[in-house]
Design a protein around this ligand. Structure first.
Ligand code: MN
Length: 711
């Protein structure tokens, strides 16, 4: 069993100035709260956090991480409170312990291969401090090493999860020894027979292998000396899992896998890496397609090395990796290597392409003291994504800020359209709720629900957006078809034309074609929108239209188009995008005033004041909601009646107010009444209702003015 001394000694070996008092304190605390708990192995529970902390020293982590390793199970498995951890061991430690607990709490019960990457991303997205991942990986390594005490089912499921999620995470962190250890342990539990075969196969060849390794190392050392390159050459068996992958992918037996031995040449400079490569390729024949230059194109986790395979002595295939000491350190320690030294690691060139690690390095560059690095890595590895679960445990990826509506549309358009509510982690939430990582989302649908325009304000995915828009468009079309049908039927009746089943009328089909439309539906939609008048249609249904009538029709069409272009400005008809709009002559509504729209027969929508008398008897089905789209350029007419004392100069006063307020006077007339009152009428141009109100207010303030009214 690991002792406290092993941990502090390990820590001091790579960080001689480390303050180990916190480690001791954490040890005492962990021992206290875990007291009485026992591992399945029969050992005291404390053995687990001790082992984890020790692994963290092997990963060369900082003091805070090692302390967090000792405490990582206290909040989850004992009565210890996070607040207490924070008080005793500081905020960073508490944050790491909390992060590890959160990941442990999530049930990854999906077994689908394609889900693994999403789960890995989710873990990273949940992580604000990269050290959480380090502790979790160390925790998993020790749990894998003691997996034998579990039931076979549990062994298989934990090993599978480790292989799918944690081993690749270790790879992404660049800690290859940890990745290999996890993979080999997984293979042992998942494919025990194959594991044993590989073990046996390697044992049988051991004699030859050792001789072979010695020989190759001797040859390489010799060559290096001749070329004046100071190099260290190492040879080893590849790890079992990589041999297994080769067997699986190429359908081979263990004795058919030849390149089970890999060599590594470590040199001082980058230039020497390529020199060594040249020497090796001149000595042994390279295997085609096996050369990889991770120096000029490093992996996302900053791994750099040259890889090649050659046919060595005895016709034996062997893989050779060539790299500098710095690169070797990165390959061994991964991320940890980056905070310990700053120089010589990577060329300054294409740092930008290194994906998520770029952020880490940017941080590092700005730090004076590299030791601060790990302390400072509080970041979002996937700042633009959020990961949530389906009730079945499937992980789905969304853009940050995504809502239940996005989720519903991601399942199926129909689910999106009928999405009436959602439960997140078992609780009802509003449809505009924004997901947090790890949320379990359940969509509630209702046959009565349909997409709403305001959904567009909060959905984040393109799919949801385009489907909602499509639905609204279709809906509007349906409405306008119904409206158009209604209008046309009435017009036909008035014109005494037969009108049975107008949706299948051959003549109408011809008319539709005349308007370059594909179907009667389109024609009706256009009438509904007010783009085509019912009179235009009826005109064409009447036989034998003369040339002049045709010309007149064309003229009208052109005029209608011109009018539409001019008048539509400034007003928006709810639910309809492209509709002919004109302002009613009866009430002259102004921007800012409450208005309604009335769908006229063939002349689009007329805008009235909401209380216009004309509208009292109007067919309510043809009234549509409209709103103003104010624009600086537009002007509107208003007519004012001003009653005042009959006094000289009053007209000048009134018109100067209008001029000051930049209202154009189009027309003015003055009358004197029997009782010696002056009555003046002005027609002016104003920008909107507020503008007019201001003018009227100012005129009222003139002493002699009695009444100002709008007519
Ligand atoms: Mn643990």
């Amino acid at each position: 069993m690991i002792r406290l001394n092993d941990i502090t000694a390990g820590l001091l070996s790579y960080n001689p100035k480390a303050d180990t008092t916190m480690v001791q304190k954490a040890y005492v605390y962990s021992a206290k709260v875990h007291q009485g708990q026992v591992r399945l192995s029969g050992l005291p529970y404390l053995s687990h956090p001790l082992e984890v902390a020790h692994i963290l020293t092997e990963m060369k982590m900082d003091v805070t991480t090692v302390v967090a390793g000792l405490l990582h199970d206290t909040v989850e498995d004992t009565d210890a409170e996070l607040s207490e951890i924070e008080r005793l061991f500081g905020k960073s430690t508490a944050n790491i312990v909390d992060g590890v607990s959160k990941i442990s709490r999530i049930q990854f019960n999906t077994r689908e291969e394609r889900q693994a990457e999403n789960i890995r991303k989710m873990i990273l997205a949940m992580t604000t401090d990269i050290r959480v991942i380090m502790v979790k990986l160390a925790d998993r390594l020790h749990n894998m090493r003691t997996l034998g005490f579990h039931s076979p089912e549990k062994q298989a499921s934990i090993a599978k999860e480790t292989l799918d999620i944690y081993a690749p995470l270790a790879g992404r962190m660049g800690i290859y020894w940890l990745k290999s250890s996890l993979e080999d342990l997984c293979l042992f539990y998942l494919e025990p027979e194959i594991y044993n075969k590989i073990n046996q196969g390697i044992a049988e060849r051991r004699g030859f292998s050792e001789k072979f390794i010695k020989e190759v190392i001797a040859i390489l050392n010799d060559k290096m000396k001749q070329s004046n390159i100071e190099a260290t050459v190492k040879g080893r068996h590849k790890h079992f899992y990589s041999i297994y992958c080769k067997m699986r992918d190429q359908n081979l037996n263990v004795d058919q896998v030849y390149d089970v031995i890999a060599f590594r040449v470590i040199v001082r400079t980058l230039k020497e890496c390529y020199e060594v490569l040249g020497i090796i390729h001149s000595m042994w024949k390279p295997v085609l397609g096996r050369f990889k230059d991770y120096i000029s194109l490093p992996k996302a986790n900053m791994y750099q090395s040259l890889h090649t395979s050659v046919v060595g002595p005895y016709g034996q295939r062997m893989e050779i990796q060539i790299r500098t000491w710095e690169m070797d350190k990165v390959a061994e320690e991964g991320i940890a290597a980056h905070w310990k030294y700053k120089e010589g690691l990577i060329g300054t060139a294409d740092q930008k392409q290194f994906g998520w690690l770029k952020q880490l390095l940017e941080w590092q560059k700005n730090l004076q003291d590299p030791k601060e690095f790990m302390e400072m890595v509080q970041m979002d590895l996937f700042p633009n994504e959020v990961y949530v679960f389906t009730p079945k445990g499937e992980v789905k990826e969304f853009p940050k800020g995504a809502t239940p509506v996005d989720f519903a549309y991601s399942i199926h358009s129909e689910v999106g359209e009928k999405c009436s509510g959602a439960k997140v982690n078992g609780r009802m939430v509003p449809l505009r709720y924004q997901f947090n990582n790890g949320d379990i989302v359940e969509i509630i649908t209702s046959g009565k629900q349909h997409p709403r325009k305001d959904w567009l304000e909060f959905v984040k995915t393109t799919k949801a957006k385009s489907r909602i828009r499509q639905w609204i468009k279709n809906q509007e079309r349906d409405e306008s078809i119904a409206l158009g049908k209604n209008i046309l039927e009435k017009a036909l009746e008035q014109a005494h034309l037969e009108a049975q089943n107008i949706t299948k009328n051959e003549q109408l089909e011809t008319v539709a074609k005349d308007f370059s439309l594909n179907s009667i539906q389109d024609l009706l939609a256009n009438i509904g929108y007010g783009l085509i008048s019912s009179n235009q249609v009826i005109g064409r249904l009447k036989p034998q239209e003369t040339e002049s009538e045709k010309a007149e029709g064309l003229m009208k069409k052109m005029v209608a188009r011109l009018t539409r272009k001019k008048d539509t400005k400034g007003i928006k008809v709810k639910g309809l995008d492209d509709v002919l709009v004109r302002f009613a002559n009866c009430c002259h509504p102004l921007p800012g005033e409450r208005v309604i729209g009335f769908i006229t027969m063939g002349r689009g929508v007329t805008i009235h004041k909401h209380d216009c008398k004309q509208m009292l008897d109007a067919d309510s089905r043809r009234i549509v909601e409209v709103e103003w789209e104010p624009s600086e350029e537009d002007v509107y007419m208003a007519r004012l009646k001003i009653t005042s004392e009959d006094k000289k100069g009053i007209l000048a006063d009134i018109s100067s107010i209008m001029a000051q307020r930049e209202a154009n006077i189009i027309q003015a007339e003055v009358k004197t009444t029997m009782d010696k009152k002056g009555v003046s009428f002005f027609t002016i141009q104003v920008n909107n209702y507020k503008h007019l109100e201001g003018i009227m207010g100012a005129i009222k303030k003139i002493k002699e003015v009695l009444i100002v009214e709008r007519i």
